[in-house]
Write a protein of this length. Structure first.
Length: 158
């Protein structure tokens, strides 16, 4: 960031009041990991001997009443989601690279064809088409007869 008037770097002084305490950070980490508020509150070291009701209320107040805590939980969750996306993208790239190598260097025709088929599916070349027949106008007796006929044909009975 720069100061718009002087084009000098803009420095922001961070006060101690801007930082979270160790307990608040531990609470935020717990909440971001998916723990219930009260469990994250207890694990962070708040009120170990307090009543359950008091702990629930205090945990709720800490989460909803402190904008720094809410912002930190959101930031942790965003970081985790970004990491998850990066890992998923890397895995996808790895799999596609390996499939391409297999398609180009496989020893058997079957392996090459299968690798090409899987690559094609990733770009939507091959899709399964399912046709569904609507039986909305049939009566219960007609549906039952149709079902019995299909089961008989499926089981190979005449």
């Amino acid at each position: 960031m720069t100061d718009k008037e002087t084009d000098k770097p803009y420095l922001r002084v961070v006060k101690d009041t801007d930082r979270l305490t160790a307990k608040q950070e531990a609470f935020c980490q717990g909440v971001a990991d998916g723990k219930m508020l009260v469990d994250a509150y207890r694990d962070a070291g708040y009120m170990p001997n307090g009543s359950a009701k008091t702990q629930w209320e205090a945990a709720s107040r800490l989460m909803s009443g402190n904008s720094k805590v809410m912002a930190r939980v959101k930031a942790i969750q965003d970081d985790k989601e970004q990491s998850r996306r990066v890992i998923a993208q890397r895995r996808e790239e790895y799999v596609l690279k390996r499939l391409q190598e297999e398609a180009e260097q496989a020893e058997t025709d079957g392996s090459r064809v299968r690798a090409l088929e899987l690559l094609g599916k990733t770009v939507g070349l091959f899709t399964d088409k399912v046709e569904i027949e609507q039986d909305n106008d049939k009566t219960a007796a007609e549906l039952e007869a149709d079902l019995e006929r299909r089961l008989t044909a499926l089981l190979g009975r005449d």
